[in-house]
Design a protein around this ligand. Structure first.
Ligand SMILES: [Zn+2]
Length: 379
């Protein structure tokens, strides 16, 4: 099975089999690896086994002390770097080979999450959004499964919320998710109609507190800005332009093809892939020329990834963003990014100084992520 730890071998294979893809990959990425070594004093051996030993279904450690120590003493690190965006990640063998959540653990955590969300229903303002949330000066946009309202403490002059009718943010169908996106995009038009200077939309969804949400009740946010895009989108747009000027090629197309050549692309027609330089765990990127609010294929792809993450990989807190071209602009594509933010029951933050100022330290193997998404069957 493909593994991120074999990335350099996979790239070498590409060099022999597909020179064009290899060159394309190298025009975007730099990949290297190194081994870190350490010594475990004998007094620490048993503890190390209990911390890092692989377990069976019942939680019993199935590795001997020496097996575990051998794994710990030499650790391979694979380092990826995107020369254009400056994004980079570190994959450690010790973290990458950790087994995923077992079905039993997953259903237990799932139950705990449901209970936690159910409890928060009491006194939830967003359950009665029309009564207990402010509205925009132009009123509310009514979706079938959601309704908009102004953000009471605005990030920016135009910043509103898409309140889902369902309290539980993890419980949504394809139809409901599509409606959230479509309603958000209707709001973009309304805001632009109201003030023509505001032309650059951004759709975001922080799901649960670990992802930055202040309320448990399901809600996305929509923003419109003027003059320049929001900083990250502006940066992507700038890179896209420089890449075009320097290479005469489309950066996002090449980015997708580089991932595809290495077996990290979504099956089907939508250009999606598990990122080689994830910002944090399981980052998935979808690039689309078509507006996601009108493309059923793109909406299905977003739904597929989210449902797979929640139902199959046990994700409960995530960020989703749709970076959009400005109104009337045909240059930038729509860029959809989804990232797992870790369990709501873990008090530690997933982002530390490394992620803010160094490179992202990643546990989840993008090869496992793409495999799960491509094999996932949703209703
Ligand atoms: Zn609610």
């Amino acid at each position: 099975m493909n593994s991120i730890l074999d990335l350099e071998e996979n790239i070498n294979k590409l060099k022999k089999e597909d020179g064009d893809s290899f060159r394309l990959f190298n025009s975007i990425f730099h990949v290297s690896s190194a081994s870190g070594e350490l010594k475990i004093p004998s007094s620490f051996g048993e503890k190390v086994r209990s911390y890092f030993g692989n377990k069976d279904e019942s939680g019993k450690i199935i590795e001997s002390k020496n097996e575990v120590i051998e794994r710990i003493q030499t650790q391979k690190i694979v380092k990826t770097y995107n020369k254009w965006t400056g994004e980079g990640s570190l994959f450690n063998s010790l973290r990458a080979i950790r087994p995923g959540m077992k079905p039993q653990e997953r259903s237990k955590e799932h139950e705990k999450v449901q209970e936690y969300i159910e409890k928060s229903k009491e006194n939830c303002d967003f359950c009665q959004a029309e009564k207990y949330t402010p509205e925009d000066v132009f009123g509310r946009v009514q979706g079938k499964h959601c309704i908009t309202g102004a953000n009471i403490a605005k990030y920016d002059a135009w910043n509103s919320m898409v309140f889902f009718k369902k309290h539980n943010p993890l419980d949504f169908t394809q139809e409901e998710l599509s409606d959230y996106i479509e309603t958000g995009f209707k709001w973009f038009k309304k805001a632009n109609n109201h003030d023509k200077q505001f032309v650059s939309p951004l759709f975001i969804w922080n799901c649960l507190q670990k992802a930055g949400a202040s309320q448990i009740h399901g809600h996305a946010q929509v923003l419109m800005t003027k003059s320049v895009h929001y900083a990250r989108t502006q940066f992507l747009s700038k890179n896209f332009r420089s890449y075009m000027q320097l290479n005469g090629r489309n950066y996002f197309k090449d980015l997708y093809n580089a991932h595809k050549a290495l077996g990290l692309a979504l099956d089907g027609d939508v250009n999606g892939f598990a990122s080689l330089t994830p910002l944090k765990e399981k980052e998935f990127i979808i690039i689309s020329r078509d507006n996601p609010s009108t493309s059923d294929d793109v909406k299905e792809a977003i739904y597929r990834v989210l449902r797979c993450y929640i139902d199959e990989l046990g994700v409960n807190s995530f960020n989703l963003v749709i970076s959009c071209p400005s109104f009337g602009e045909t240059f930038l594509p729509y860029i959809i990014r989804i990232v797992d933010r870790g369990s709501i029951f873990k008090p530690t933050a997933d982002i530390g100084a490394m992620e803010l100022y160094g490179s992202s330290v990643i546990s989840d193997d993008p090869y496992n992520v793409i495999k799960a998404v491509n094999e996932f069957k949703h209703g």
